[in-house]
Every structure is written in structure tokens, then in C-alpha cells.
Design a protein around this ligand. Structure first.
Ligand SMILES: Cc1ncc(COP(=O)(O)O)c(C=O)c1O
Length: 384
């Protein structure tokens, strides 16, 4: 289907237009088998041996993801964390990597803990500043520069094309956690990234009903083969049913993300002028530090994630979250239902997240309802 140059939204809606060759079903079956029969001459002409290496139910979702990202190949994993950690474990102990100070907290903790004990030399930088990345990379020693953009939970934006140039100049790969931007808004491989990572738990699936991760490689090369082998050996594969559900969720990726972007933009503007809010963090606001970089690389919207800093500090922020009726008080993001979270509480000690910050994941409800609900919660918390 992609030979005809259909737009990414069309590829996603029809999951590449694949039709089951046997039944002509427009939605493929789930292949539950964990093993495949050998041919009589002892061969495996089906190309399949054992389902820890791959599974036919992965094929469509991996092909669709690769097409949406403009990459060569895709790999689905059991979680975003297993997809991300594979990128680091594919390096060798002693290798130097550069990662952002502001990033998904669990991956930051894993890098500072396990990965460092394992032997990686991890340097955390202010990755929204290209100068900071340029100063941190070491020619011949830095093997990977990791970005997350926009980055949790303050939505710092990194200029991907600029970072790719810096990484490649010293012989490092550039990997981008593009969970928040999604391929609807940003295609990091076109900007020079070597690997794109997703917590597919979020926007790609979009319905808060599975945990999944994904990588897309710019090239089907030796490094990509190493990642594929690692997934097969460690068994960090996605379950068959989850892969099928993920494919179903991805069919509506474009309308969900576009809707969420429109609502988030509206909410950002309204809450920026709210008397009980000291600051709104959203890449789409002209006043936001990363707005120029976001405008350069985010097409068609600035994402469905924003954060508000509540006047009155931590107490007022938690009191506000306690008073919402439509927003759901829960961690995670990218689902059809809007979520609100006092982020510092979950990140714990050492977090760079301000304690007055509420993270908002905007879903597909009516934007006026979302506005009215948070407005009443802010006012009631203020008067409490
Ligand atoms: C930006 C980002 N990257 C990675 C992850 C980890 O993904 P998972 O929870 O699917 O392991 C998350 C989860 O919240 C995330 O928000």
C-alpha cells in the first residue's frame, strides 16, 4: 500500500491495507502458536522456528510503525522500558552515553542505577541546549546520544536535527524517545535519528489497556540485527493479543492525536491566563522556551501533553487534583481519557519536577468540559 505514496494517516487507518490471504479478512487473525512445524527435510521454509524470536501477529504492526516513522524496520517489545533498555544493553560496558537530565523518570533511574553499575558511563545534560550536548560528547567514546522530546514532565524540546549532527560527528548513534510527539507530529528519522523509541502503551495504543514498547530503525544494519537478537534471547517480546490490540489502537492514531493537540492548545491558552496558575508548560505556547525548536520539528500540532504550575505550591496542586470530576487522577498518558497527575509525588526524591506541577494528558473528551472541570477544581482548591 505504501508503494502508492498514500499519506501516513491512510497507512495507519488501514494498517497498511493488509488483507488476510486465506480468508480475505480486513483484520488479520491473532497467531497464538509458540512454535512452528519443521519441514520433512528438516528445514523451516516458513521462516519461523519459535515465537520468542518473532510472531506473525507482530508483522503488520511492525511494518506499519516502520512506515509511519519512515524507517527501515520496526520491533515491538513487552514495554517501553524493555525497548529503551535494549538500546543501552546493545552497547558495551565502558561505552559513554549522553542522556537528558529531564526525561521519563524510570528510565533515568535505570540509567543512573543498573546501567551505570553494569558499566555504561552515563552523562546527564540539559538536552534542550545543543551546546550542552556538544560539550558532553567524546569523539570515539560516546556511542549513543539519547533524547526525549518533548520531555517529561516539563516538555523540554530538543532540536533533533542539531543533535543528530553532533552525535554523528563523534561517531555516536542518536536515539529519540518520541512517545509524546508520535509519528503524527514528528518523524525523527527524517531529521537524522538512527533509532526511534516509543512507549506504545501511550498514544500508539491510545486506550490505556496494554503495556508495550517499540523501536524503529533507520537502517536494517548490524546494530539493528543486534537489537533483534537481544529481544529474541531475552524474550522481551510483546504478547500476541497485545500486538493485535496495539495494531487496532494504531488505526485511530491520527484522529486521536490531532484531536488531543487541538484541545491541549486551547487548554494551554486558557490556563496561561488563569488567576490560580503561575505557569503553563506547553511547546505550543509562544512564551515557552522550546517553542521555536518545537515549531521547526513538530508538524500539525504541539502534542496532547501539558503541565500547569499551581499558585500555592504543592499543597494547592494536590488539592486541585483531588477535586477534579472528569479528569482521572492517574499516571500514564496518551489514552482517550484525560489524566491528571501530581508528578513530583510519583517521581520521588531527586526529581527535577517542580512540586507545584500537575501533568495533564489530554484525551478526546469535549475540551470545554475539560476546561470547566479543571477550572472548578482550581477554584475549589484555592478556597479550601
Ligand atoms: C516518555 C516515556 N518513555 C518511556 C516510558 C516507559 O514506557 P512503559 O511504561 O511502556 O514501559 C514512558 C512511560 O510512562 C514514557 O512516558
Amino acid at each position: 500500500m505504501n508503494d502508492k505514496n498514500f499519506a501516513a494517516a491512510s497507512l495507519a487507518a488501514q494498517a497498511m491495507g493488509w488483507i488476510d490471504p486465506v480468508t480475505k479478512a480486513v483484520v488479520p487473525p491473532i497467531h497464538m502458536a509458540s512454535t512452528y512445524q519443521r519441514d520433512e527435510d528438516n528445514g523451516f521454509r516458513s521462516g519461523r522456528i519459535y515465537a520468542r524470536a518473532d510472531n506473525p501477529t507482530f508483522d503488520q504492526v511492525e511494518a506499519t510503525l516502520a512506515a509511519l516513522e519512515g524507517g527501515a524496520k520496526g520491533l515491538v517489545f513487552s514495554s517501553g522500558m524493555s525497548a529503551a533498555s535494549a538500546c543501552f544493553l546493545a552497547l558495551a560496558p565502558g561505552d559513554h552515553v549522553v542522556a537528558p537530565k529531564v526525561m521519563y523518570w524510570s528510565l533515568r533511574n535505570w540509567l543512573a542505577g543498573f546501567a551505570t553499575q553494569w558499566g555504561l558511563k552515563v552523562e546527564f545534560v540539559d538536552a534542550d541546549k545543543l551546546d550542552a550536548i556538544a560539550q558532553a560528547v567524546k569523539p570515539g567514546a560516546t556511542r549513543l546520544v539519547w533524547l526525549e522530546t518533548p520531555a517529561n514532565p516539563t516538555w523540554n524540546v530538543t532540536d533533533i536535527a542539531g543533535a543528530a549532527e553532533i552525535a554523528h560527528e563523534v561517531g555516536a548513534l542518536l536515539a529519540v524517545d518520541s512517545t509524546v510527539a508520535t509519528p503524527v507530529l514528528t518523524r525523527p528519522i527524517e531529521l537524522g535519528a538512527d533509532i526511534v523509541m516509543h512507549s506504545a502503551t501511550k498514544y500508539l495504543n491510545g486506550h490505556s489497556d496494554l503495556i508495550a514498547g517499540a523501536l524503529v530503525g533507520a537502517r536494517d544494519d548490524e546494530h539493528w540485527a543486534r537489537l533483534r537478537t537481544m529481544r529474541a534471547q531475552l524474550g522481551t517480546i510483546l504478547g500476541q493479543t497485545e500486538a493485535w490490540l496495539l495494531m487496532r489502537g494504531m488505526r485511530t492514531l491520527f484522529p486521536r492525536v490531532q484531536w488531543a493537540c487541538r484541545s491541549a492548545e486551547l487548554l494551554a491558552e486558557k490556563f496561561a491566563a488563569h488567576p490560580m496558575v503561575s505557569e503553563v508548560l506547553y511547546p505550543g505556547l509562544a512564551s515557552f522556551a522550546g517553542h521555536a525548536a518545537a515549531k521547526k520539528q513538530m508538524k500539525g500540532g504541539f502534542g496532547g501533553m501539558l503541565s500547569v504550575r499551581v499558585k500555592g505550591g504543592e499543597r494547592a496542586a494536590i488539592a486541585t487534583a483531588a477535586r477534579v470530576e472528569l479528569w482521572k487522577r492517574a499516571t500514564s498518558l496518551g489514552g482517550v481519557e484525560s489524566l491528571i497527575e501530581h508528578r513530583a509525588s510519583i517521581e520521588g526524591p531527586g526529581t527535577p519536577c517542580p512540586t507545584d506541577l500537575l501533568r495533564l494528558s489530554v484525551g478526546v473528551e469535549d475540551a470545554a468540559d475539560l476546561h470547566a472541570d479543571l477550572d472548578q477544581a482550581l477554584k475549589r482548591a484555592h478556597n479550601s
